[in-house]
Design a protein around this ligand. Structure first.
Ligand SMILES: *[C@@H]1O[C@H](CO)[C@@H](O)[C@H](O)[C@H]1NC(C)=O
Ligand SMILES: *[C@@H]1O[C@H](CO)[C@@H](O)[C@H](O)[C@H]1NC(C)=O
Ligand SMILES: *[C@@H]1O[C@H](CO)[C@@H](O)[C@H](O)[C@H]1NC(C)=O
Ligand SMILES: *[C@@H]1O[C@H](CO)[C@@H](O)[C@H](O)[C@H]1NC(C)=O
Ligand SMILES: *[C@@H]1O[C@H](CO)[C@@H](O)[C@H](O)[C@H]1NC(C)=O
Length: 394
């Protein structure tokens, strides 16, 4: 009897080994890129650092870091028994990137390092790809009006005075070309003007957008490994100052991507793609989707996740970070489960170029959907997940 009990207890405590990973979808943001904004020189009298790559391109540091992700995930997928030690075909691993250079190059970095002896195709469209484009689809006046009002309400709810003052000081904004030539000298009072145009990305012109671009550049400088006195010209003196200015970029991205009405509309094609993969038994075992922060922001908002914290990261949607959707099968009782984790590298490890492996893994943060409550190990019932997806794409 005692023997039987011991056995039983061992079985329970090792019950995870009774779970088999059947399907994985990685929804990824491209890795480190050069700044996108053309207006940076207007925001400060200081000299912006120069980058080797063209604006908006994946940097060689970004390629290195994404290669590490590829190496890690190929080991992880092999450990989980999903892709054995052989070259996966499209039926096993399907890699799909948005058209932009930084997304295609990120996906290429991932597969060239992860599957170095293989010839894996990175699928992508030659023109703007609706799956990855965070464009407004609804063409009704009512939608645009509602979206605008909700963006304005959100903007009015923000308390960003301290953040604006801090970024103005870092930039020496009073001496910037914008102030001297165009009279835009006060971020606290200059107007933020939201725009909702069918077929375009939601947009807000004004100091919030400007400061979002500035903070984005600082973060990329940090990841890229610029010397400390060149990251934001050495003007960010403490972690507190980082969090103060980060509120500006979070506020901007939240305003354009996370209002439910907007995120549901923007993410519809991508959610359709996710469903066609996750809810289809004959789809490839693993899919890598290489997109943008917009894709992750809108999917997280549309699917209605509970709040989460990514420790060690400045960004809410870090470069190279991946939402990893996992469909698990429980052999003991024949039931299916969904587990969703945010897998990302900390800002410091990105800056230091730390190589990843099963012994030195990236960060794993469990995510929880409001419509699919997880158990202590992070699994939620598959049927609840399936119902949610079906409702979202209906
Ligand atoms: C790799 O695959 C591509 C597309 O399937 C093909 O055109 C190319 O010839 C292949 N290269 C090698 C070295 O097998
Ligand atoms: C467009 O938006 C309006 C207003 O929110 C909504 O009533 C309508 O159902 C939406 N149309 C589609 C196709 O989503
Ligand atoms: C923020 O600054 C504006 C402009 O100077 C001012 O009108 C407003 O009262 C300030 N808000 C707070 C909460 O201090
Ligand atoms: C940043 O925003 C968070 C919540 O949005 C708030 O709690 C915090 O006080 C803000 N920090 C600063 C320095 O403004
Ligand atoms: C199967 O086992 C899991 C894990 O113990 C449990 O959460 C789930 O409810 C069970 N499913 C069925 C159909 O019994």
């Amino acid at each position: 009897m005692l023997k039987f009990l011991t056995c039983f207890i061992i079985l329970i405590s090792y019950s995870n080994s009774e779970l088999i990973l059947e399907k994985v979808l990685l929804l990824s943001r491209h890795n480190v890129r050069t700044p996108l904004s053309k207006s940076l020189p207007q925001t400060s009298p200081r000299q912006w650092p120069s980058w080797r790559e063209k604006s908006g391109y994946l940097t060689s540091k970004g390629r290195l870091l994404e290669g590490y992700m590829g190496e890690f995930f190929s080991e992880w997928l092999q450990q989980k028994g999903l892709i054995q030690n052989q070259c996966p075909s499209d039926d096993t691993l399907y890699v799909y990137a948005n058209t932009a250079q930084r997304t295609v190059a990120s996906a290429e970095a991932f597969v060239t390092k992860g599957y170095s002896d293989c010839n894996i195709t990175v699928h992508h469209s030659d023109r703007a790809d609706p799956i990855f484009s965070p464009f407004i689809h609804n063409s009704t006046f009512k939608f645009r009006q509602e979206a605008l009002n909700q963006m304005k309400d959100y903007l009015n709810s923000l308390h960003l005075n301290t953040s604006y003052t801090t970024i103005e000081n870092i930039l020496d904004y009073k001496n910037s070309p914008l102030c001297k030539q165009e009279g835009l000298c006060d971020m606290l009072t200059d107007e933020n003007r939201p725009m909702v145009i069918t077929g375009k990305k939601p947009f807000i012109s004004g100091p919030l957008k400007l400061s979002k671009s500035v903070v984005d550049s600082f973060i990329m400088e940090y990841y890229e490994g610029f010397p400390s006195n060149e990251v934001a010209w050495g003007q960010i003196k403490s972690e507190d100052e980082w969090s103060t200015i980060l509120n500006l970029s979070r506020a901007y991205l939240n305003a354009i991507f996370t209002i439910k009405l907007i995120s549901l509309d923007l993410s519809k094609p991508l959610l359709g793609y996710l469903s066609s993969f996750l809810l289809n038994d004959n789809s490839p075992k693993v899919v890598l989707l290489m997109g943008h922060d917009a894709n992750i922001y809108t999917v997280l908002s549309a699917m209605n996740f509970k709040p989460h914290v990514l420790h060690g990261q400045y960004e809410a949607v870090p470069a190279g970070g991946k939402i990893v959707f996992q469909k698990w099968f429980n052999m003991l009782n024949g039931s299916y489960h969904m587990k969703i984790e945010y897998v990302y590298q900390t800002a410091d490890k990105m800056r230091n170029g730390v190589k990843l492996s099963l012994d030195e893994p990236p960060e794993f943060t469990t995510l929880e959907l409001k419509a699919c409550i997880v158990d202590k190990d992070g699994y939620c019932p598959w049927n609840e997940f399936k119902t949610l997806l079906e409702e979202l794409i209906a």
